[in-house]
Design a protein around this ligand. Structure first.
Ligand code: UD1
Length: 422
């Protein structure tokens, strides 16, 4: 298993390019299952989660080729010879459940393994299933698999989500594009990845209104065509790298960054004393001398503060002046980075979904363990600001969601290297 060694090395300066969004790409790829025509995704990120989705789609009979060094994905589902998404692939990645809606909508049946447990809480898929049932799907759970059928096809319906779910909104949105009649999704997720999916589906011929608001209306069509679509920039990668100069000083320009993707996060950076400005190519983050100020954070669905940036923000708060309270409202058990940060000298108390961080002047390097994707990168950020050497073990989590992290950070002056494990 690979490890990453980070040594605190002072301020960072330069540019970091932001890749296409992992979470957008993971919902755009299954959209291929809705059409016989080819779907081409440009600006795709090169990540292991994308490889897992590729393997899953190929197992269903879709063709997926990587062009331009993986930056472009050419997908085609003109022939699907298998309708079973196997446990061995699905268990590796929860987003695999996103093949259910499209397969069911186009073929009238699908069998998908339940994703199972996950390090950041129970994360059930009941909302996905209820939404598809509302569209007329008949579901049966057998031996860990969801057997879904809609022999007469899906039909439009009003679906009101009891709380916001990104994945359930995506599954229902894709399924509704081929349902007979009108579907109205209420209390829908408003994340930029949903907006990106709607744009791509519209390019494929879908009739959708209201993406980016709480109510999305879809008029079902008989079939969808092909399209070429650029994946939206990754707001979580963007926010993560914005925190690098925030934590160790300097000035870094994030190429391809957009303020509308990280509004709530930027407000917190501003309150902490970090300056963010728009440039012709993206966003520039600047931290002058002196400690950042402690700020409180509550995670919530978009446009609120993203749960996927909570661990990284905690790393910043570890060396802030004052006491910061971070409340995690989306996932239970999402503070596994806290004990690792404490190994580096951070002062953190966790009670249920609330972490109280008392800033210290300096963190100290230590061997730490990555527990999930965002936790891993928070340890790297902390390592950038720490005195001495931090060794982050189990970095396979990191490779699921961050493309060439050591290259991007060393290009702006960080001392970071990957050590290949046996
Ligand atoms: C997506 C993102 C993930 C991000 C999360 C919240 C992808 C691939 N992943 O995950 O990075 O952290 O949004 O922004 O896009 N829930 C249920 N039943 C369901 C579905 C969800 O109870 O059927 C709960 C979850 O356990 C969680 C909350 O709803 O507590 C929100 O989850 P959801 O928005 O669905 O997250 P994902 O789509 O899984």
């Amino acid at each position: 298993m690979d490890s990453i060694i980070v040594t605190g090395n002072g301020p960072l300066n330069g540019q970091i390019p932001i890749a296409g969004a992992k979470n957008a790409c993971l919902t755009l790829m299954p959209a291929t299952l809705l059409s016989e025509e080819p779907l081409t995704l440009t600006n795709a990120p090169r990540l292991s989660d994308i490889k897992t989705m590729t393997t899953l789609l190929q197992s269903l009979g879709a063709e997926v080729s990587q062009l331009q060094d993986g930056r472009v994905l050419a997908l085609s589902s003109h022939r699907l010879d298998n309708h079973v998404a196997d446990y061995d692939i699905v268990r590796k990645m929860r987003a695999s459940i996103l093949v259910l809606g499209p397969m069911l909508a186009r073929h009238g049946h699908a069998v998908v393994s339940l994703p199972g447990g996950c390090a950041i809480g129970a994360r059930p898929v009941d909302l996905h299933l209820k939404a598809l049932q509302a569209l007329g799907a008949v579901l049966e759970l057998k031996e860990g698999y969801v057997h879904a059928s809609a022999p007469q096809g899906l039909r439009g319906a009003a679906v009101e989500f009891p709380f916001v779910s990104v994945g359930a909104t995506e599954n229902a949105l894709m399924a509704a594009t081929l349902a007979r009649g009108t579907t109205v999704l209420k209390n829908a997720a408003r994340e930029p990845e949903i907006v990106d999916l709607a744009h791509c589906l519209r390019r494929m011929g879908a009739e959708i209104e209201g993406e980016g608001t709480q109510t999305i209306t879809i008029q079902g069509v008989d079939q969808l065509g092909g399209a070429t679509h650029p994946v939206v920039a990754d707001r979580i990668e963007l926010g993560t790298y914005m925190l690098a100069p925030a934590i160790c000083g300097g000035e870094v320009e994030l190429i391809g960054g957009r303020i509308d993707l990280v509004g709530a996060f930027c407000e917190k950076l501003d309150a902490a004393g970090i300056s963010v400005s728009e440039t012709a190519k993206g966003l520039k983050v600047n931290r002058k001398n002196g400690r950042v100020r402690a700020v409180d954070v509550v995670t919530s669905p978009f446009p609120g503060f993203p749960t996927d940036l909570q661990a990284q923000m905690m790393a910043l708060m570890c060396t802030a002046e004052g006491v910061s309270v971070l409340e995690e409202r989306i996932f239970e058990n999402r503070f596994m980075h806290a004990p690792e940060l404490m190994r580096m000298g951070a002062r953190i108390e966790v009670h249920g979904g609330t972490a109280t961080v008392t800033g210290v002047e300096h963190l100290k390097g230590a061997p730490v363990m990555a527990t999930d994707l965002r936790a891993s990168v928070s340890l790297i950020l902390a390592g950038l600001a720490a005195e001495g050497e931090t060794i982050v073990n189990r970095v396979y989590h990191l490779d699921r969601g961050y493309e060439r992290v050591e290259e991007k950070l060393s290009n702006v002056g960080a001392k970071i290297e990957r050590i290949s494990g046996q």
